[in-house]
Design a binder for this molecule. Structure first.
Ligand code: ADQ
Length: 493
């Protein structure tokens, strides 16, 4: 472990760096391009920050090191930790449960035990890296026990937690055999953040039902115990976003615009290009989208001469059985649609099962007349926001599921219930036929909303809420708190 102590510590399952090995076999680190790193990097630099997490490779024992101005504190996970804590409890119990049991969650006591053990390992590594009175921000559903474990080890810390995925209604959450422990784990935080107002409401209701604590939005009053004083926890929505300026600049580059034109030309310059970009996950509604598209072609309401659907399906969780099955189903459906309706010169679905650089993603967004986001349940969905940010030409139509968190903000999209296949088909036709004036009007409204809340705004509002807690009387450690200013400047447009 590390002897050095940090006043701002982020904890996430995965570290924001990837290990790359060059031709000579030498290992080095590369910052991964996620939105969270982009948002937190300036805060990290300003506040002497450390990031605790797993380095992405099983059984790798690493000492803490500095990368790109951030202190990296690796937590070791063995092959069997990955099987039970990560692929098992996180991705085969919590993920389906929290996404409204679209897939059946598996409940295994040995997975739970490992989840507890691994969460403790993260909490211990964090406690050992945190300066007195430090601010710690724990990320996501893999680490829901860390806040309470950390509070027990280090009552002086100010602890935030953000859940990137939905928090389900009590009727669903209550299935979880370890529901009480999860609630207690999260209540170890001073601020528990969610994507949607509804998620925060579901959490508060679960607290009332399971623990009987009094709640008055956004506060939850946790009574004191023999070892710990009474505390007031804040549970509220902080909708996450993207690096809007960065994405706008990327999409405005001449080479990205040229690449978009090239993509259209390579597809045979169809009248309409529709686009789907998703991790290959059963929550994303890729099958529903393909079903609607296939039926429109079968009924002759759309023709492959005029339209192509580009589906980017990013490889994901390929060691989990339900994901392997999903891939087979989707690829079978794509093959059927292309076999039934494709011609030598026109393919109905262009299916791409790999990752792309950000420039290429921006070019896809620019090339797409209609963006399809048909998630059955999604914490936020950043793809919807990226599409809007990319469209500096104020064109393009966003079809957005009302079950994606982004639909709370992006009301000017064409909102759909993806389970309603007929409704989805009608909306696709409406999007294709939408006049330029209406497209521009809607896209302007969408762009305004996305610009108002970018990822810097998101992290600033979470951290300033934490800072308020730090200053409030209910928190006993304020004497130790360093006078760090967390708010960071927005990059100028
Ligand atoms: P995800 O489920 O991964 O995130 P999403 O929010 O859409 O979903 O983010 C995906 C990101 O990956 C986007 O930035 C997208 O550009 C990128 N991406 C997708 N396919 C790619 C590809 N083939 N190549 C390169 N990049 C690709 C979880 C929750 C969401 C929540 C986010 C953030 O499930 O609901 O919005 O966390 O909190």
């Amino acid at each position: 472990m590390t002897d050095e102590l940090y006043s701002f510590v982020v904890v996430s399952n995965r570290l924001p760096v990837d290990r790359v090995i060059d031709e000579s076999g030498t290992a080095s680190w590369k910052q991964s391009p996620g939105g969270l790193v982009t948002a937190l990097e300036p805060v990290m630099r300003a506040a002497d920050g450390a990031w605790v997490g797993w380095a992405g490779q099983a059984d790798l024992e690493l000492e803490p090191f500095d990368e790109g101005g951030i202190r990296i504190v690796p937590v070791k996970l063995s092959e069997s930790d990955l099987e039970m804590y990560y692929e098992g409890f996180s991705n085969d119990t919590l993920w389906p449960l929290y996404h409204d049991v679209i897939a059946q969650p598996s409940y295994h006591r040995i997975w739970w035990e490992r989840y507890v053990q691994v969460n403790r390992r993260f909490a211990e590594a964090t406690a050992a890296s945190s300066a007195p009175g430090a601010t710690v921000w724990v990320q996501d559903y893999q680490l829901q026990l860390v806040p309470a474990m950390l509070r027990e080890l280090r009552p002086d810390l100010v602890i935030g937690f953000f859940n990137h995925i939905p928090f389900p209604a009590y009727g669903i959450f209550s299935q979880l055999p370890w529901r009480g422990q999860i609630i207690d784990g999260l209540l170890g935080a001073d601020v528990v953040g969610f994507q949607r107002v509804a998620d925060a409401g579901n959490f508060s209701r679960a607290v009332r039902r399971l623990r009987g604590y009094s709640t008055k939005t956004p506060y939850i009053d946790v009574p004191g115990t023999d070892d710990q004083p009474a505390r007031r926890v804040i549970a509220r929505a902080f909708p996450i976003s993207i690096d809007v300026t960065g994405f706008q600049e990327l999409a405005a580059r001449p080479e990205v615009q040229e690449r978009a034109a090239q993509i259209r030309a390579d597809l045979g310059n169809p009248k309409t290009i529709m686009l789907g970009v998703d991790r290959l996950d059963y929550t994303k509604g890729i099958g529903h989208r393909l079903k609607a598209f296939g039926e429109l072609l079968a009924e002759g309401r759309l023709s492959v001469e005029d339209i192509t659907l580009v589906q980017v399906a990013t490889p994901s969780r390929e060691r989990v059985e339900s994901y392997r099955q999903l891939r087979d189903e989707i690829e079978l459906t794509v093959g059927r649609i292309n076999g039934d309706y494709g011609t030598i010169s026109h393919q109905a679905v262009s299916y791409l099962h790999h990752g792309f650089p950000r420039e290429e993603m921006a070019a896809f967004y620019l090339a797409a007349d209609v963006m399809l986001v048909t998630a059955l349940r999604d914490g936020m969905n950043l793809v919807a926001k990226e599409y809007v940010a990319a469209r500096g030409d104020e064109d393009g139509v966003l079809i957005l599921s009302e079950f994606a968190g982004a639909s709370d903000e992006l009301r000017a999209a064409l909102l759909v219930n993806p389970h309603d296949i007929d409704g989805l088909k009608d909306t696709i036709l409406r999007a294709i036929a939408m006049p330029r004036v209406e497209r521009r009007k809607r896209m302007r409204m969408l762009r305004r909303r996305v610009s108002e809340n970018d990822v810097t705004h998101w992290s600033n509002s979470f951290l300033s809420t934490l800072r308020e807690v730090k200053g409030s009387a209910s928190w006993g450690g304020s004497d130790l708190a360093p006078e760090t200013e967390w708010t960071i400047e927005k990059p100028s447009p």
